[in-house]
Design a protein around this ligand. Structure first.
Ligand code: NOJ
Length: 740
């Protein structure tokens, strides 16, 4: 009787008292459990296996994994999904002595059943509300399918489009990246862990993975301490502050030390300075990869380095499983390090409510109900619309005019379905993605003839389809070409040295353009591409990334004017690979180019301008916006105060539109050189034709701080320029103030 009473009391207390009291209660439950655990069982909690082989056909590895699960040697599985499989595997874990439930994790990166735009595309929306909704839907669907934990968001700042993983992040800017990191974490997790329609998030890859040398995956990183803190860490800090449940470390080195074995990153910064309470999972095999790095001479040493450096869970290295007990028993690793890691992991299992109900997320009825909910398609469509960036629109070629009779659809991606689903597809049926052809067909029914010619493949040497394409163009009023990369040319391990449009696609464009017909180019890709001829000669260019489920519908909406594009580039588009790394917040140098006609002994190229083809923040609309009346409420900003800025934004065109107004600053002189521009705020506003709105921004000294080696974050008195504009290279209003 007493036991039942105290058990239910613990339950009641743990569910009703938020914050500190809840933490204390969970801490007590973790303590009680840990007292019962053997060292082997503790190490088991730190071990994560991939479940592909567990749910697949019988094999030696399958038996081995199942035995480990049954014997309490596994804390978490990745790649097991669906109520049936997660239930089955959980039931095996519950046969272990202490019946500790497993955590099921998966790369739910841009949707689960419903496919959303790739993260880079969604970041082009600059719309935190839709980004949050997209993460919420992904969480709801995957949580209904037995998943507790996603390996997202990837919050790596990426300034190198050769790197295939640019598709997975928020682009090149730290401020935008931090806002999006926080939003995605809150979208996946909700305010508090434990809801059955939310999952744990994971801020990855800690840290600085986006700075991989030469844009090559798994490569070293060699950046200054100042760049680490100023450019690469703030999105991680934002995720931590938003309560992200887990971090994943990364495949790269920092200061010559692999991130997985890097105590400075994980212990000093993350768990020390930031007082982070969640747990850190290694990246796949990154503990054992410290050996080929030439850092750990064997698996034993790798396990020691990783646990001491603060890597709590071992994903698929089997380093902890094989080595940690010995390391503790022979005194190389103090038990306290193992205990700390176990404690962090168990804490999350309690927080999720898995000890109270290990099958909480594996409910068949909920799974059937949640999957295929039509309202998620609407959210996916809105996300896709908002992610599209109109790069160019000469002579108002778009939206397509009403009286068209014949449109030629040309190019290898006109009928693309799988490609639009992007790199990380975990559950969706990619045959259900809507192609551009299908999207336009719905718009035009029988009134407009759509003729189609592929012309060439995505990465073909062949040009024998050109005559058919040219013919189709000749018979059309307007041509829509859909060109780009295939889905598997970006993503993990998909770095490219040549980011021009692959194959013969630009040649196809030239042949089609030579017909004299207006040509609209829709580009699909997981990264910024180089497409100089198209940039110069196309009448209109729509950058459509990989938009997911509803891509074709969203693109058709933009082409016909049912949706007015509002996306802005979250990353610079180079003119050629030689400019990389290229980003808007560069330094001026001692020899800046002040007149493009005079580059002698200036910091310039003799064969290319310095500036990108399309700048960070750029994106057109079917309407126009005027920026007026910049006001700063004071000429000086004192410590502890804030400076208020306001200006008037007006829709001066003929249709409703959304504008992303961007606030940049420039710290004119400082004890370390400062970037020419730094984004400090933005707002996305919808205005009717003729409508105006006063927009307010606020700057605090903290927002003006920079990181100085040996000193840390600091502010310095001096003059700051403020710039408000529609793109980083299209500033409309300027002012100055003094920081005291
Ligand atoms: C390796 C990737 O780097 C990481 O982002 C991913 O979460 C894991 N594999 C698990 O699939």
């Amino acid at each position: 009787m007493n036991r039942i009473f105290s058990f239910s009391l613990v339950l009641v207390v743990s569910f009703t008292l938020p914050g500190y009291a809840q933490r204390k209660t969970i801490d007590q439950r973790v303590d009680s459990l840990m007292k019962l655990m053997t060292l082997a069982e503790k190490v088991g909690q730190l071990n994560q296996y991939s479940g592909r082989e567990v749910t697949g056909p019988a094999s030696d590895r399958k038996n081995y994994l199942l035995n480990d699960i049954k014997n309490g040697k596994v804390g978490s599985m990745l790649n097991v999904k669906g109520v049936k499989d997660t239930r089955e595997i959980q039931s095996i874990a519950l046969q272990s002595r202490l019946k500790i439930p497993l955590l099921f994790s998966l790369d739910v990166i841009h949707g689960y059943k419903t496919v959303f735009p790739i993260p880079l595309a969604e970041s082009a929306s600059w719309d935190l509300d839709i980004i949050k909704q997209s993460a919420q839907v992904a969480a709801t669907e995957s949580a209904a399918s037995g998943i507790h934990w996603t390996f997202a968001p990837m919050v790596d700042i990426a300034r190198d489009p050769r790197w295939g993983r640019v598709m997975e992040g928020a682009g090149e800017d730290t401020y935008l990246g931090a806002q999006i990191a926080k939003t995605r974490v809150l979208g996946f997790q909700g305010e508090q862990l434990g809801a059955v329609d939310r999952i744990m998030a994971c801020a990855k890859h800690f840290a600085a993975y986006g700075a991989s040398m030469a844009g090559r995956d798994y490569n070293p990183v060699d950046i200054s301490e100042q760049q680490l803190h100023e450019i690469y860490l703030p999105p991680f800090k934002a995720a931590a502050d938003a309560g992200v449940a887990t971090f994943m470390n990364s495949f790269n080195t920092f200061n010559g030390i692999p991130a997985t074995g890097n105590a400075y990153l994980q212990r000093d910064i993350l768990k020390g300075q930031w007082n982070y309470k969640g747990f850190v999972v290694s990246d796949w095999g990154s503990i054992k990869e410290m050996t080929p790095w030439g850092f750990a001479k064997n698996l034993n040493y790798a396990a020691e380095k990783a646990i001491l450096a603060g890597s709590d869970m071992d994903m698929e290295s089997e380093a902890y499983k094989k080595e940690l007990e010995n390391l503790v028993n022979n005194g190389k690793v103090d038990l306290k390090y193992v205990d700390e890691a176990v404690r962090r992991i168990l804490y999350k299992k309690f927080e999720l409510g898995l000890f109270d109900n290990p099958y909480k997320f594996s409910d068949e009825k909920r799974e059937a109900k949640v999957m295929n909910d039509p309202k998620y398609k609407d959210i996916a469509k809105l996300a896709a619309q908002k992610s599209i960036v109109l790069l160019k629109n000469d002579n108002a070629t778009l939206p397509l005019s009403k009286g068209l009779k014949n449109i030629a659809l040309i190019g290898p991606l006109v009928n693309a379905k799988r490609d639009q689903a992007g790199s990380w597809v975990v559950y969706a049926d990619t045959a259900n993605m809507v192609s551009v052809y299908e999207g336009l067909q719905k718009k035009y029914a029988k009134n407009v003839k759509l003729s189609y010619a592929q012309g060439t493949g995505i990465d073909d040497a062949l040009t024998n389809g050109f005559p058919e394409a040219v013919n189709a163009a000749k018979n059309a009023d307007v041509v829509v070409m859909v060109l780009g990369e295939s889905w598997d040319m970006s993503g993990e391990a998909k770095s490219r040295t040549d980011i021009c449009l692959p194959g013969q696609q630009e040649a196809l464009f030239k042949a089609v353009k030579a017909t004299g017909k207006p040509v609209v180019v829709v580009l699909m890709a997981g990264r910024p591409l180089v497409f100089n001829t198209i940039a110069a000669q196309a009448d209109a260019i729509v950058y459509a990334w990989f938009l997911g489920d509803q891509g074709g519908n969203a693109i058709a909406d933009v082409l016909v004017g049912d949706y007015n594009p509002s996306g802005k580039l979250p990353i610079s588009f180079p003119r050629n690979v030689g400019q990389i790394p290229i980003f808007y917040n560069y330094y001026n140098t001692g020899r800046p180019v002040t007149k493009p006609s005079d580059i002698r002994y200036k910091s310039a190229y003799i064969d290319s301008p310095n500036d990108p083809r399309f700048a960070f923040g750029h994106g057109l609309s079917y309407t126009t916006f005027a920026y007026n009346d910049l006001k700063l409420d004071q000429a000086t900003l004192q410590k502890g105060q804030s400076l208020k800025l306001s200006f008037k934004l007006t829709n001066t065109g003929k249709v409703v539109g959304e504008e992303v107004a961007q606030l940049y600053i420039h710290d004119q002189f400082a004890s370390i050189v400062r970037p020419v521009k730094e984004l400090k705020d933005f707002v996305k506003v919808k205005l009717k034709p003729g409508e105006s709105k006063v927009i307010n921004f606020e700057l605090t000294p903290e927002k003006l701080a920079f990181y100085q080696e040996k000193i840390g974050w600091t502010t310095e008195p001096g003059t700051f320029k403020v710039m408000i504009g529609t793109a980083s290279n299209d500033i409309k209003l300027e002012g100055n103030f003094e920081l005291k």
